[in-house]
Design a protein around this ligand. Sequence first.
Ligand code: NAD
Length: 456
Amino acid sequence: MRITNPATGLVIAEVAADNLKTVRAKYELARAAQPKWSAVPIKKRLAILSKFRELLIERQEKLARTLTAEVGKPIRQSRNELKGLTARIDFFLAETERALREEKVFADPAGKLEERIAHIPLGVIANISAWNYPYFVGGNVFVPALAAGNAVLYKPSELATLTGQHIAELVHEAGVPRDVFIAVIGDGATGAALLRQPVDGVFFTGSYRTGAKIAASTGRRMIKTQLELGGKDPIYVCEDVDVKAAAAAVADGAFYNTGQSCCSVERVYVHEQIYDAFVAAFVAEVKSYKVGDPQDEATYVGAITRKPQLAVLKAQVADAKRKGAKLLLGGHVLRAKGNWYAPTVLADVDHSMLVMRDESFGPIIGLQAVADDEAAIDLMNDSEYGLTAGVYSASEKRAKRILSKVNAGSVYWNCCDRVSPRLPWSGVKHSGIGLTLSTYGIQTFTRPKAWHLRDA
Ligand code: NAD
């Protein structure tokens, strides 16, 4: 398998991919090893994961450079991702023992009957991952899954293979046995081969299209299946905000990671009283972003990781222009070599346009004026997706009233594009099913076993 740098179009590595036979062998190793791993005391498992955290810090620069080379993420943002993962590991290290402790939920006064809940690891799980935040979306799964006593077959995205290999090396160096955490290397066909194994759970991060295929294939097998999928995340800006500050914050939410985040801001609704001022401030902000070599410290917008996405971006912009949107910035491919698209701002968009309906997953955004809060609520809910949604307003009460009516997994007042290890990360509708992070995102790698204990 060839690994290409999306910023240059040059091949930077070649790696051997797994096939059905090698995937099967890896599965069997993991199956045999899992009982031993779950018998390791939890404190010892956590100490090993703490060592993994230390290694991430120690090797940060090398890991960040590799990530930037293979996905085109600006180098500062690669470092931020690594720092973010260590903060998430801190949460798991602090909370896992408590989250997985066996609970006594009932004892009758005569001492004859007791009821308890135990948290049992699922067994061998498949962790199929996306490329856009490989440390985050991988770590959200394999860190708590390993902590809970599971064996993990980890398939990084084919577009983040080198990072996936680094992760496996570090996990092993930290002390997780080689047959308890195993990287499965390859593309969608390899992912499909992995799902043909009798695993006990599937934890997938990726597109709705692939997620729906996976749900159909695992549904008949009655195994736990979690799908963390795409988004078309809206922001509504009320007329009572500081326009310049709100424009800067929302633009950052739309263009950080070159717009390739599951929770990137993808739709912006602005109260008509401040619409013109907001649009002007937004465009000025986006113009200030440095686009260029992702290895350069000053770069804020990098390359488009998946080449086919360029066609999606072009089609969305052409469709919006044809239907009457105003192109205020960008709207074109940038360079001949590598995958580059100019930061693009479309104003006066509406919901007949693809740019307000389909996930863009790139540096383009549509801005639409709305008359009042009720219109904003209707538009925010008018989507197949429901990952995150946010409101910028001076009034917490107003924002909460609006957000309580918006159907999304996470809601934000005066912030966006934000994930916290303490809060569950989940979506509704086509954004997926299940969750990671928070104490629920530790327990999700176990099944509750109910103990009824009667002393005859
Ligand atoms: P993708 O669906 O193309 O691929 C995801 C993974 O699935 C890859 O590892 C791929 O090799 C594998 N795969 C592909 N076909 C498969 C099959 N038939 N069987 C098994 N595995 C298969 O998605 P992507 O381009 O890597 O990621 C981008 C998408 O992920 C976006 O839609 C984004 O919003 C979403 N995402 C969601 C979250 C979240 O937390 N909700 C986080 C990050 C990314």
